[in-house]
Design a protein around this ligand. Structure first.
Ligand SMILES: O=P(O)(O)OC[C@H]1O[C@](O)(COP(=O)(O)O)[C@@H](O)[C@@H]1O
Ligand SMILES: [Mg+2]
Ligand SMILES: [Mg+2]
Length: 341
């Protein structure tokens, strides 16, 4: 079985941009081992789950582990020769070497609300070509990414990776001290009976999404004519990993809560890299109407509604968004008062 190192070596194409990309991924793998070691200490180690306050004006509450992971991946990125480093934890990108060919956008610690619950969390990264200034570089559509991936710190430390030629999963072997390819060119099944959504927000959603979820909940006797299972890990990397392995659909929609007009997830360093991985595995990723990889960001920390997973199911969700806003024909389970509204 191939090691990550052998995989990266085999994917060299003679260009210096690709060499910098593979160098960055190699360095990130070392940083991920450090972050995993810190996570493994849990409550025995430093107070990693303690809250520090918002990271910056556009930022969410920051935990100590967010900062630790950010510092570890910034140091790794600097080793690799990059132009800019943009992070969820920093208001503005850091300029490292503007003459370099690649730039990194990163969510150093995804799923922060799970740190002290001993559930899976991760690091999501996007590698873009540097095309001039910081703004031009990070405001490129996701389809311009050179590579994307995420590490998941779960029962296994694993890396889901694409260089634009399929999606591969590498699992870290403690015994051998290296990442080893566990799934080569994996494919997300196009059909599914599993959806992932934070259903506690049902009352805040638009009618299209309520109709979709109600139809799933109606099961075998409803319009979908099959029973569905539901999962919500509140950790994008963990939900994405499950979907890569066995299919499913993930939905973090826009809703009517204050600050959720464009959903919760960030386009540049959460949705775009996950969309790249999912598409490279034969799945689909949209914001409701448009392919996520076609969205051109207007700012680094911009949010987007995000729906991804099994291609057939994503197309079906898209159909609900495209039709006139009526509620499901199925007997209403969650919002009887909305029936016939
Ligand atoms: O708590 P909610 O609203 O269900 O949101 C969960 C989502 O928020 C996130 O935790 C956001 O990521 P961060 O932890 O990096 O802020 C995702 O991992 C997850 O899918
Ligand atoms: Mg995140
Ligand atoms: Mg984060």
């Amino acid at each position: 079985m191939r090691t990550l190192e052998a995989f990266l070596k085999a994917s060299e194409d003679g260009s210096s941009a690709r060499r910098h990309v593979t160098e960055a991924i190699g360095q990130f793998a070392l940083a991920a081992i450090k972050v995993r070691d810190a996570i493994n200490e849990g409550a025995l180690g430093d107070a990693f789950a303690s809250t520090l306050g918002p990271s910056h004006e556009a930022g969410d509450e920051q935990k100590e582990l967010d900062v630790f992971a950010d510092e570890a991946f910034l140091a790794a990125a600097k080793e690799a020769g990059i132009a800019y480093y943009a992070s969820e934890e920093l208001e503005h990108p850091i300029e490292v070497d503007p003459a370099a060919e690649i730039a990194i956008a990163i969510d150093p610690l995804d799923g922060s609300s799970n740190i002290d619950t001993n559930a899976s969390i991760g690091t999501i990264f996007s590698i873009l070509p540097s095309v001039g200034g910081e703004r031009e570089t990070f405001c490129q559509a996701g389809s311009r990414q050179l590579a994307a991936g995420f590490f998941i710190y779960g029962p296994q430390l694993a890396l889901a990776l694409t260089l634009g030629n399929g999606t591969h999963i590498f699992v870290y072997s403690r015994r051998r001290g290296v990442f080893i390819e566990a799934y080569a060119d994996l494919k997300v099944p196009s059909e599914t009976r599993e959806f992932a959504i934070n259903i506690s927000n049902f009352r805040h959603w638009g009618a299209h999404l309520q109709a979709y979820v109600e139809d799933c909940l109606a099961g075998a006797t409803g319009p979908r004519a099959k029973d569905f299972n539901m999962r919500w890990l509140a950790s994008l990397v963990a939900d994405a990993y499950r979907i890569l392995i066995r299919g499913g659909v993930f939905l973090y929609p826009s809703d009517s809560r204050k600050g959720y007009a464009d959903g919760r997830l960030r386009l540049v360093y959460e949705a775009s890299p996950i969309a790249f991985l999912i598409e490279q595995a034969g799945g689909a990723a949209i914001n409701g109407e448009v392919r996520v990889l076609d969205l051109t960001p207007e700012s680094l920390h911009q949010r987007t509604a995000f729906i991804f997973g099994s291609a057939g199911e994503v197309t079906r969700v898209e159909g609900y968004f495209a039709r006139p806003a009526t509620h499901s024909d199925a007997p209403s389970i969650l919002a009887p008062s909305l029936k016939g509204a």
